[in-house]
Design a protein around this ligand. Structure first.
Ligand code: F6P
Length: 547
């Protein structure tokens, strides 16, 4: 961490002794209009951050922390295409992919926007041709299904967005996603499909990822076996930065949609990797999705820190993590169609900020990215919310909800919203032992029973949450929400002085799996391995032997 940022963080820790000991009940009692000063509107999107253990002074000090971390300079470095991904020698320009202003973005002396717009146009043509049946299978059938084969960033973002925007599908094909190298994923997906009506998109930035290439090979065999080798061309397209490998796989480069190494995998839904989404919702809606993200970019670029949504969310996250010492972060969309939102944010946040050394390679002596997890409400309430309310770990959570339901089904949406708000209320204010005792006495319980039950029924409260409300989950709103979290991750990475854009931590497991494959599959020599791995492989092989 930069020395000035370290000073600011230490000052925050000293300040925490005054403020963090104060219960949220006291914060709200002291300032009955607390919501007014602790919420932020951006168009139809509102962030309520009043239910955090903070005061106005905390916000000023968090702003000072951002300034001390040179956030201004780092943000400019990202938007202007400097090589901020230092360990991979790359720029970080996912914002250029949704730069709807077309302001030039210069990389190596050249404006990238014409190339960005060129790919976007090609994606638009292809998506609409597939949706309208102008592009067909080899036998002239309209595509009823599109199967995206990819993993990590080449799966999670588009899969989440396709699910989120299901109502925009119209009469377009159904888009499915296969990621896991477990053959069950591909088999179960293909079991329902007709090869003559299925289009595969092979999505891989590198076009070398083992899971994706294995699934792509099996999908190719499925098409070739059922429709003939010559059918492959009509049933495959590719999304990649590695166009040579796409050709080698046998996909015509006219059906390959490229992007650039300055797009990180987990930031790639805005690039050609977004093609399955464009096919699912139509190109105009895809452009609206980019517009929403661009709107958030402009807000992030221009709003003062204290009125800047991603900055506030990031800074409060740092307060929770580095000052209050909280170890995980929950994301609870009260929006069933955001069922994969937490999974996408897991990669976005944990692959970006799960780092143990600074940009200069020094081990950090403070906590970096938290564990991110979550499930849609109200399901989570009937599963793990018990721990959120009464467990020994405090988990700060974001709650998300749309004001307008898509489905006019009785009072479902009012019930959903009531539950969402009730949870943040219960987490913040809890229920004191005195309240519990009074309630039990009013219900006519004996004093001994009250003594026995009261501790179990007491809720400590004082558990921090943010709530995000938006009008409805439309493409622009989804774009804004994803970009909001991307910038939140960026700001935290700047404060922690880490590289949020590499992912060396995934490499060792990949290398070991390649080394183990011949041992597991072919029984190759296992001598150099540890006894646990040798034992597991031997047991695996003996159990998998027929008969
Ligand atoms: O294993 C991690 C990772 O490199 C992610 O960062 C990436 O999103 C994913 O694998 C897939 O990579 P690719 O798009 O190159 O297949």
């Amino acid at each position: 961490m930069k020395p000035a940022a370290r000073v600011a963080l230490n000052e925050l820790r000293a300040h925490a002794e005054d403020v963090a000991g104060m219960h949220l009940r006291e914060h709200f009692a002291a300032d009955p209009a607390r919501f007014d000063s602790f919420h932020l509107d951006l168009g139809d999107l509102t962030l309520d951050y009043s239910k955090n253990r903070i005061s106005r002074e905390t916000i000023s000090r968090l702003v000072a922390l951002c300034t001390a971390a040179d956030l201004d300079e780092r943000r400019e470095a990202m938007f202007s295409g400097q090589t901020i991904n230092s360990t991979e020698g790359r720029e970080v320009l996912h914002t250029a992919l949704r730069n709807r202003s077309n302001r030039p973005v210069i990389v190596d002396g050249e404006d990238v926007m014409p190339a960005v717009n060129g790919v976007l146009e090609g994606m638009g043509r292809f998506a609409e041709d597939v949706r309208r049946g102008r592009l067909t299978g080899v036998k002239g059938d309209r595509f009823s299904h599109v199967v995206n084969i990819g993993i990590g960033g080449s799966d999670l973002g588009p899969a989440m967005a396709v699910a989120a925007l299901t109502p925009y599908r119209g009469d377009g094909p159904k888009v499915l996603f296969v990621s896991n190298v477990d053959g069950a994923h591909l088999s179960d997906t293909l079991a329902e499909l007709d090869p003559a009506k299925t289009l595969f998109l092979i999505a891989s930035k590198t076009f070398t990822t083992s899971e994706t290439m294995t699934n792509a090979g099996s999908a190719r065999a499925w098409v070739a076996d059922t429709l003939g080798e010559d059918a492959v061309g009509a049933h495959f397209a590719a999304l990649s930065t590695n166009l040579e490998a796409v050709s080698a796989f046998g996909i015509d480069t006219a059906r390959a949609f490229g992007f650039w190494d300055w797009v990180g995998g987990r930031y790639s839904v805005w690039s050609a990797i977004g093609l399955p989404l464009a096919i699912s919702i139509g190109f105009d809606n895809f452009l609206a999705f980019l517009d929403g993200a661009h709107r958030m970019d402009e807000h992030f670029r221009t709003a003062p820190w204290a009125e800047n949504m991603p900055v506030l969310m990031a800074a409060i996250g740092v307060w929770n993590r580095n000052v209050l010492g909280l170890t995980s972060h929950g994301v609870m969309p009260y929006d069933q169609r955001l069922s994969r939102f937490a999974a996408h944010l897991q990669q976005l946040d944990m692959e970006s900020n799960g780092k143990r050394v600074t940009l200069a390679g020094e081990p950090v002596d403070y906590q970096t990215g938290p564990v991110v997890w979550g499930e849609p409400g109200t399901n989570g309430q009937h599963a793990f919310f018990q721990l959120l309310h009464q467990g020994t770990d405090i988990v700060p959570c974001d709650f998300l909800i749309a004001a307008e339901p898509r489905e006019q089904l009785a009072d479902h949406h009012a019930k959903l919203a009531a539950n969402c708000f009730a949870q943040t209320e219960a987490l913040a204010f809890g229920k004191t032992e005195d309240e519990v005792r009074a309630e039990l006495a009013a219900a006519g319980l004996e004093p001994a029973d009250i003594d026995a039950l009261a501790p179990h029924k007491t809720f400590p409260g004082n558990r921090p949450t943010n709530t995000l409300i938006y009008r409805c989950l439309d493409p622009a709103t989804l774009g804004m929400l994803i970009a909001l979290y991307e910038h939140r991750v960026f700001v935290q990475g700047v404060i922690w002085d880490i590289n949020s854009f590499d992912q060396w931590g995934v490499e060792l497991g990949k290398a070991l799996a390649s080394r183990l494959l011949p041992v597991v599959r072919d029984g190759a020599d296992a001598e150099a391995l540890d006894s646990s791995t040798i034992g597991l492989v031997a047991r695996f092989r003996s159990l998998s032997e027929p008969g």
